[in-house]
Design a protein around this ligand. Structure first.
Ligand code: ZN
Length: 448
């Protein structure tokens, strides 16, 4: 257990870093990129000295730490993915920090494969300070940076829960600058009790899984049940259905914000007051967006996001394919922040359909026309065989199921061909996977 001195140290550390957060997103981009480049050089030197994977790969390629000057040079490293890290996590661990204070985060990942990532205490507290960036945005809705009530709808044992526990055991927060927090586990309580807990706590901010919060407010709306209106809803982890977001914003009048984070790099991006796209925290993480040939996608381009975590020195992940497909923004944001943006997170790169004629199709191609069917809130494709699909559909209260079913089948057949069988299964909500997230595609094919 950390002693009071250690706790005081981490408090001072976090406050010092948090002070810089007010201005950092508005600094000239060249200054932010200079800070990023400095962190690239530091983490590369550390990785070469202490992390077996990078030492071996750099030696094999004849690369020395001095060859890495800016984030662009990280592309010289082999591209990693989650499977490699799940299989051989010890290759990415820094030998000098094996017993240093920190935390091992366990994530089941969207593939259901468990991944363990160790963080050193400094990286965790830097992420805490970085969170201030988003709190300043939320203050536009809550009216203050401290002292408001925040409800977290997360599963006990989730990554967010593990990190919160770490902060509470390694630091103390003066009550005057803290928040009143309450945790609620999604799905553990029946709908009515969940609503009662929210109405009793009266949170200013509700945070949680997008699919879950969307479904919760949709149900309250459809059943005409009174639910407390927070000043803002923040979701992360999995996506909120566009129809749910519109319902919450237009019918409840509650702004909906989102953050982009992952277990591999705790804070990748955040939405500003404009509530569109994500500003990338490039001081903490280097980001590339690449097409199928591994070439950088230009402004407005769509591709896989490749990140390098520049702050975590315990499990070092550089040039790492996160598994998300994203679209880069065309232009800068008019909020004044210089941090570049991605316009949208499109979906998971491993959501693939394998068709009877041998084609492999990304689910986004098939999902787009399905989501455009009138009355559809959410849709999930279950592939049972190369030519057999079940569409799990959630409709809004106005949907005509007979008409919509026909339109869904035609929309899918327009993409996958009409030789097979497509069934539509209407459900109230889509069941989340083991990690609490809702997948867009479930493959029941052998080998997946
Ligand atoms: Zn902005």
């Amino acid at each position: 257990m950390p002693n009071l001195l250690a706790k005081t140290y981490w408090n001072a550390f976090t406050l010092w870093h948090a002070r810089a957060e007010r201005r950092l997103p508005y600094r000239p981009l060249s200054q932010i990129l200079a800070l990023q480049a400095q962190r690239v050089r530091t983490i590369i030197a550390h990785a070469y000295r202490n992390v077996p994977f990078y030492r071996d790969e750099m030696d094999r390629r004849g690369l020395k730490p001095r060859d890495f000057r800016t984030a662009a040079d990280l592309a010289e490293l082999p591209m990693l993915d989650g499977l490699q890290v799940a299989r051989e996590p010890e290759l990415f661990l820094a030998a000098n920090l094996l017993h240093a204070p920190g935390l091992v985060l366990d994530s089941s990942g969207t593939s259901g494969r468990s991944k363990q990532i160790r963080y050193d205490a400094r990286a965790l507290f830097e992420a805490l300070a970085n969170g201030h960036r988003q709190r300043l945005v939320l203050s536009a809705f809550t009216g203050s940076v401290f002292g408001y009530r925040e409800m977290h709808v997360v599963r006990p044992g989730s990554v967010a829960f593990q990190i919160r526990h770490f902060y509470e055991s390694y630091s103390w927060t003066p009550p005057a600058v803290d928040l009143a927090r309450q945790f609620l586990s999604p799905g553990d309580l029946p709908f009515a009790e969940t609503v009662a807990a929210i109405n009793e706590f009266r949170p200013d901010v509700i945070r949680g899984y997008g699919s879950y919060l969307g479904a919760l407010f949709r149900e309250a709306y459809q059943r005409k049940i009174r639910i407390h209106h927070p000043k803002v809803i923040v979701y992360a982890a999995d996506a909120m259905a566009d129809a749910d977001r519109r319902l919450i914003e237009q019918e409840f009048g509650i702004p909906v914000s989102s953050t982009y984070q992952s277990v591999e790099a705790l804070r990748i991006g955040f939405q500003c007051e404009r509530l569109r796209g994500f500003h990338l925290s490039l001081d903490a993480v280097a980001v590339r967006v690449v097409d199928e040939q591994g070439r950088d996608a230009g402004p407005g381009g769509t591709g896989q996001i490749v990140i390098s975590n520049l702050t975590n020195r315990a499990t070092v992940l550089l040039n790492y394919k996160l598994g998300d497909v994203v679209t880069r923004s065309h232009a800068a944001c008019d909020c004044g922040r210089t941090l570049p943006m991605i316009e949208a997170i499109r979906g998971r790169s491993d959501d693939l359909l394998r068709l009877a004629d041998g084609r492999v199709m990304h689910s986004l191609v098939a999902l787009e026309p399905l989501r455009a069917v009138p009355g559809i809130v959410q849709i999930q494709i279950v592939q049972q065989a190369p030519d057999r699909f079940v569409l799990r559909a959630v409709g809004d209260y106005s949907v005509n199921r007979t008409e919509a079913s026909g339109a869904l089948v035609r929309a899918l057949e327009s993409k996958v061909g009409n030789a097979g069988r497509v069934e539509v299964d209407w459900v109230e909500t889509l069941p989340p996977g083991l990690n609490g997230k809702v997948k867009a595609v479930i493959s029941e094919l052998a080998g997946d």
